[in-house]
Structures are given as C-alpha cells and as structure tokens.
Write a protein that binds this ligand. Sequence first.
Ligand code: PMP
Length: 420
Amino acid sequence: MTALSPQLKQATPVLAERGEGVHLYGADGRRYLDFTAGIGVTSTGHCHPRVVAAAQRQVATLIHGQYTTVMHRPLLELTDRLGEFLPPTLDSVFYLNSGSEAVEAAVRLARHATGRQNIVAFHGGFHGRTMGAGALTTSANKFRAGIGPMMPGVALAPFPTAFRYGWPQEQTVDFALNELDYLLATATAPDDTAAFIVEPVLGEGGYVPADERFLRGLRERADRIGALLILDEVQTGVGRTGRFWGHQHFVPQGPLADILITAKGLASGFPLSAIAASRDLMAQARPGSQGGTYGGNAVACAAALATLEVVAQEKLVENAAEQGDRLIAGLRAVAERNKAIGDVRGLGLMCASEFVDAAGKPDPATAARAQQEASARGLLLLTCGATGNVVRMIPPLVVDAGQIDEGLALWEESVEAAVA
Ligand code: PMP
C-alpha cells in the first residue's frame, strides 16, 4: 500500500470529513472549532452555501478555461469585481494558483520593469517555498536549511520587531529604516535594487504588524531610488485583518504598493492567486514570462467572485474587525493570567500569543503543548515564528462572538494544561 511521505508534519490528528462555517467535523464524529481556516484561507467559512453554489454551477459549465488559450467569463467578472476592492492605481491583474507563484510573478515583473536584479526582503518574512519565493523567506530555518542555493539577488533588512532585536519600542522603526539605508549603501546599490517586498503583518514569522512610518519609509525610499514596493497581502488580504487589505491600517489612502499580491482568502479554499499593478507597469512584463497551466482556473474564479460577494454582503471585513477586537482582548486577558505568554499581537482576526520561558526566551515546547491541548479539546490552532513559539488564531471571517468566547475558554484551559 502506498504511504504518504514521512516528511508530512500534520499539526493536528484530525481527519476532516466535512466543514461548515467555522467548524470541521472529524471522522471520529467530533466537531472542531477551526481557528486555522486552512492557514487563513476559508475566509467565508467552510463550504459557504453561496461559494458552493457558484462553484457547482461553474463545474457543470466549464471547469478548465485556460485563460492564455481561451478567455472565460468567471475570470472577466472577477477582474471587474476585484477592481472595486483594489487601490485605484492598481488597475490591472494577472492570475496564478498559489501565493508562491504570485510572489515569483511579482519578482519577474519587478526585474523586467526596472532592469535591476536585487530584491530586498525583511527578516522573518514568509513569501513561499519555491526557489525564488523561498529565497525571500526567512521566517524559519526549515524553509531553507539544506535546500539552497536559492534564487540569488536577495538582500535582507530588519522588520521593525523590537522584541527580537532588543531595540526600544519607540525607536524600532528608525532603527529598521537606518539598517535599510545602510544596506542600500553597502550591499545592494540603488541602481541594482529592483524592489522591496514586505508583509503588512509579518505572518509565518510571528504575527507582527508593520507600522505606518515603516511602510511610508519604504515607499519614500522606493521612490527615491527608482525601485518598486511589493506588498505581499497573501495572508493579510481579503478582510483578514479587519480592513480589506492589511496595509490599509497603516496607509488607508495610499497609493502605497506598486505591486500587490493576493491569494489564500480570495477564493475561500480554491487555489487562486493574483498580482495587481498599474497597466503601465504590467506592460513591462515580457509577454509569456508569467503564467501556468492552471492559473485563473474557471471554478476558482467563480468561487472567488462569490467570495467577494459574500465578504461585501455579510460585512465580513467589519465582522473581522469587531470579532478581532474581542479575540485580542480575550487573548490579552489569558496572557495576564499566564506568565508563559510574553506577548499578544495581531490585527483583526490574525492574532497570536508568544510563549516565553522565565528568562523571556522563546519557549516552543510550551507553545506546542498548548496547541496540542487545544486540539484535544476541539480547538484547532497553528503555531508560527522562527522557533514555533507563537500560537496563532485565524478563524474564518464569519466567526461570531459566541464562537470567539468558546475558543477563548478552550484556549485558557489549554494554556493552563500546557504549563501544569
Ligand atoms: N506569502 C505569504 C505572506 C504567506 O503567508 C504565504 C503562505 N503562508 C505565501 C506567500 C505562500 O503562499 P502559498 O503557500 O499559497 O504558495
């Protein structure tokens, strides 16, 4: 009998038979509160009836319309609708399947448009696992160790994470921007620098929100040296943080990004990603340099269109903001009662608790125990951070106050069990 590759590391022991809203139902007959959302993907909840109906309709009409061969309506309709959510300067989109592929496409576009090679990424960032996106990823060793050499032409600057560098909180942004200036003076000359790529909230790296001055500082520097600013909104987009795009917390009016990357929550679980940029910029990608067999799949596009309708009609962005406030307040209260949690951070429904030992050092063992205790109690969670000492909560955006409270109660029990 064929086995699954032993490299598979499953975060929970659950065999999911079906999903509905914020719940997964296991083969063991148990109901699980899913605060992982398939790594931040099932934005409208599991199997939202409108997403299901749209996908079913499309499956019966046209499954695979390969859009570099033949155009199809779901892709055109999605493009129109997505335009209503995108910053107005980003009036052109290109579709792919995964976040990693979209990151690769953004890098290709930046290199074509600027004629320069180097990409500046930020410490702790996660941009994917392919050899290009992986080269930009420094959220944990497991994504790189023994795998390189990866794509050359990457320079790394600090993300403003005071607790990691031991910097005073109020000077963190200045320190991070100074380091970036130093990098531009020493390691990647402005004329060699094609783009900066950054997450509005450092995701896999530990759920650390960026900062207005930091993002504006990147924009200024990009303008000054003629480089592009790429925002990786793969995890933070489509309402996750309580704004449609994560960067809108910091620079609501924009324009901020030259290239914006979206995936995950965009199609409620169907594989779909996109890059958005101005038409002028997109025109500088050489024809045929981007794409893929399955990119912009018709069923995925139909599901994405339904997702955007549900997000708007059910006010899921507003709900993410409201329930996110409830969640983070609850997590802070749990942290106050448990010394093992040294920090609670997040924006909207993208929240996390960082576990530390008595000396304030990362404590991945206790984090792992808390995550497992939660699974055993029917609350599904994931860890993140360089050492895995951060436990994150990313429920579907349809979560209600009662479910948040239920999750918080299970969380407190799990933390207590983990430190006992
Ligand atoms: N960028 C960010 C910010 C992500 O969080 C992820 C996935 N966790 C990716 C890129 C890569 O996406 P994918 O796994 O779909 O390739």
